[in-house]
Write a protein that binds this ligand. Structure first.
Ligand code: ZN
Length: 177
């Protein structure tokens, strides 16, 4: 699996300069404006939803609190509420966009848990379909994965845009106040 997505990993690293202050690519996405290019599909006051460039499954996103911290227990009540609401919106958008049979959702907290970016919290949300374990080996070509990511972005963007409280924008992510 890692070998199959190696080209993506390289592209991710080359394209995405980390934030100068924190050295963190999530912080760079938070501050950047090129949401579609960066595959930031939705934003709240205190967070963002980012497509994973090397997904476990089509539609795999990360829901990320804006503040640079790896401590879930250190989030304020306001940050927790914003984060939870953005996750709820993500589940709803995915139901509309992909009609999955289920979800995997969770965190890798700390270096020992195997997270690749362990100093900035992010919740993985992965839609699942019965029998989907056979899907990934089929899309072994990078070109196919790029097309799949762009289609995934468009479908999720439209689904987020249809939710209560969504504010459309011309080129940026769907915004929730
Ligand atoms: Zn960060």
């Amino acid at each position: 699996m890692d070998r199959m997505f190696a080209p993506w990993r390289i592209e991710w690293v080359e394209r995405d300069a980390p934030d100068e202050e924190t050295g963190c690519v999530f912080c760079a996405f938070e501050a950047a404006e090129a949401d579609r290019e960066n595959r930031v599909v939705a934003r709240s006051d205190r967070g963002l939803v980012l497509l994973n460039n090397y997904p476990y499954n089509p539609g795999h996103v990360m829901v990320i609190p804006a503040r640079h911290t790896g401590e879930y227990a250190g989030l304020s009540d306001e940050e927790l509420l914003d984060h939870a609401r953005l996750k709820r919106r993500t589940f709803r958008a995915m139901e509309t966009a992909f009609s999955p049979d289920g979800f995997n959702a969770g965190y890798n907290l700390g270096r020992g848990a195997g997270g690749s970016i362990d100093d900035h919290l992010h919740a993985h949300v992965v839609p699942r379909w019965e029998g989907d374990t056979n899907f990934m080996p089929v899309i072994g070509e990078t070109k196919v994965i790029v097309q799949a990511l762009e289609e995934t972005y468009d479908r999720l963007y439209d689904a987020f845009g249809g939710l209560d409280g969504a504010e459309a924008s011309d080129d940026g992510a769907v915004r929730f106040g």
